[in-house]
Design a protein around this ligand. Sequence first.
Ligand code: SAH
Length: 342
Amino acid sequence: MSAGELEQFVVGLAQPKFRAKQIAEWLGRGAPDFSVMKNLPENLRKDLDAAARTMPVEIVKKLESSDGATTKFLLKLNDNEQIETVLMRTTYGNSVCVSSQAGCAMGCKFCASTLLGLRRNLTMNEMIAQVLVAQWVLRTNHDIKPNGDANNNDVSHIVVMGTGEPLQNMENLKGFLEYANSKLGISWRRMTISTCGIVPGINELTQWGRPVNLAISLHAPNDELRTKLMPINNKYKISDVMDAAYAHADKTGRQLMIEYILLASVNDSQEIAEELSALLAGKNVMVNIIPWNAVTEREFSAPSGNAVHRFQDILIKNKIHTRIRRERGADIGSACGQLRIK
Ligand code: SAH
């Protein structure tokens, strides 16, 4: 509901208008239900409970990692579709990994999210709700370990790296990020959109011009190998994806992130590391090396620790900025999409 609709709704329940403002404040904080709205009279809370819901999502499962830093949510939507959202408390802030679709149509061979195909796009409100669910937990669950800044109980970062291909859900994605920026106070620079490389979508983001971070799921330095791993590469070749991504970086001034999953004996050799270095030479990119998270339905193996470091050392030798992505919450459902499938 818009502010006006909410007001009408409240008046319809024979309540003064100012109640709408009180309710809206609670909604903006991610209240899971009306019972927590203690500044409302009890009979109103009961009426609201009978007539409405605070969120377009409901928590089915909430898992905390043993180190207390990661919370994984399985959320149910109004039509019973399920999605995953992850809250990560880090030294630089609180980051929420948001899903953009229920399921995924992209068919990447190493990924769990696409195993059941695409169910549907998420609405803007369903994306906002994922952040609010995390926000509510941050502010109300005091068992969790604080991050580097113990006073900071706000979501500070959004990564659109959950289930789905965000650039196939462009209007809702943009609406969601606009809301996060204007209503939740999250800076554009702390938002990252990850894509498998939909060139027209990247171009649209460039035109949109907000200084958000772009991450490209590359995973292979040549078209032959990439096509085997990611069917989307049949449609958009590496050179076109990279051109579009560099144009985005030029326009926004943000450093381009390259995601590179390491799959043992598939894309982790020294030769391929050299080839990747040559592809990215001289460009302002950060290569995020992601040791593959096992997906039982998929026939790949995770690289050994040695292979990961050997690969990274070659990039470093070639003066490519690189980082190994720390696996978070491995003990609560390994790879992206696994919880939903289970
Ligand atoms: N569709 C978007 C965003 C979702 S995937 C995209 O492709 O970028 C987010 C990241 O997780 C991508 O880089 C994706 O390739 C990676 N990923 C998928 N399955 C994985 C797995 N089993 N282990 C590690 N990373 C995985």
